[in-house]
Ligand binder design. Structure first.
Ligand SMILES: [Zn+2]
Length: 277
């Protein structure tokens, strides 16, 4: 069993101290890059951007959907017709969906993105994401990111493990949204991290057969300590439209909750959230 376990952990490691681009100098709490390592190992990758450089880059709009339902009401819900109208206005306006791997390479290594990139994400693992949203996105040529709260596996109104695997196989990205939606600022003991991050991440990787390298904070709530700790496990972590962390911008990528908006209202709201200085 042991060689197999070692192999699995090697495959599924999203970040490690050898290649993680943004490092903290523990003594000064300052950011440094892996320049030295890159120089020692030419031809591996170009030098990674520093936190300051990442913060100076143009923000990519990231949308965050929750409920997609006729019956659900409130700021966290859109009707299926509205969701379809949102995808249509994005496509008609020339937006192209990007996935977190692309966003990471853009932020860290200045890799090019499509001219009008948008990331479309979903929190809380509801069945409607796979039954309503994914087929609509497919029609418009979009791929999305589905953040799974793993306590809901196979529960009524929540995705089955087979549906999660199917989304992954269809080219969408599966990310983690904690075990039971406890906010990351409340993980204090080692056991909290095991329960909310380490074990559910491994289980999701088992289901999809792929590394799970992205995290969405429950309720969008974070603090610097949580962002530091999450950088050990994830390439990017997503908050809501609050302010990002200046030391850990990769662990505090902003998103916008999408309520029931008209198509033009959606475009205006994206502009206000991501493109205004
Ligand atoms: Zn949530």
């Amino acid at each position: 069993m042991l060689p197999c376990l070692i192999l699995m952990s090697a495959i599924y490691s999203c970040v490690n101290t050898d290649n993680h681009p943004v490092k903290r100098d523990v003594s000064t709490d300052k950011i440094s890059t892996d320049k030295q390592q890159t120089e020692k190992k030419p031809d591996v990758r170009q030098a990674a951007n520093t936190a300051v450089e990442i913060l100076q880059k143009a923000e990519v709009p990231v949308l965050c959907y929750h409920r997609i339902s006729e019956s659900a009401k409130g700021d966290y819900s859109v009707s299926p017709a509205t969701f379809e109208a949102h995808m249509k206005v994005l496509a008609d306006s020339g937006f192209q969906s990007v996935l977190p791997d692309q966003l990471y390479d853009y932020l860290v290594y200045n890799k090019a993105l499509p001219e009008k990139p948008v990331m479309i994400s979903f929190d809380d693992s509801r069945t409607e994401h796979v039954e309503i949203a994914a087929p609509v996105m497919e029609r418009f040529g979009f791929k999305g990111v589905f953040f799974i709260m793993t306590i809901t596996y196979n529960k009524k109104n929540y995705m089955t493990t087979d549906q999660i695997k199917q989304l992954s196989e269809n080219g969408h990205t599966i990310g983690l949204h904690s075990w039971d939606h406890t906010m990351a600022t409340k993980y204090k003991e080692e056991n909290d991290w095991l329960q909310q991050v380490v074990n559910p991440k491994a289980k999701l990787e088992d289901i999809t057969g792929k590394p799970v390298c992205y995290w969405a904070y429950p309720n969008g709530v974070y603090d610097h300590q949580a962002a530091m700790e999450l950088s050990r496990y994830f390439k990017l972590s997503f908050i809501l439209s609050n302010k990002c962390d200046s030391i850990q911008p990769l662990q505090t990528v902003r998103r916008m909750i999408v309520p029931e908006l008209t198509p033009q209202g959606l475009l205006k709201s994206m502009k206000r959230t991501f493109f205004s200085e």
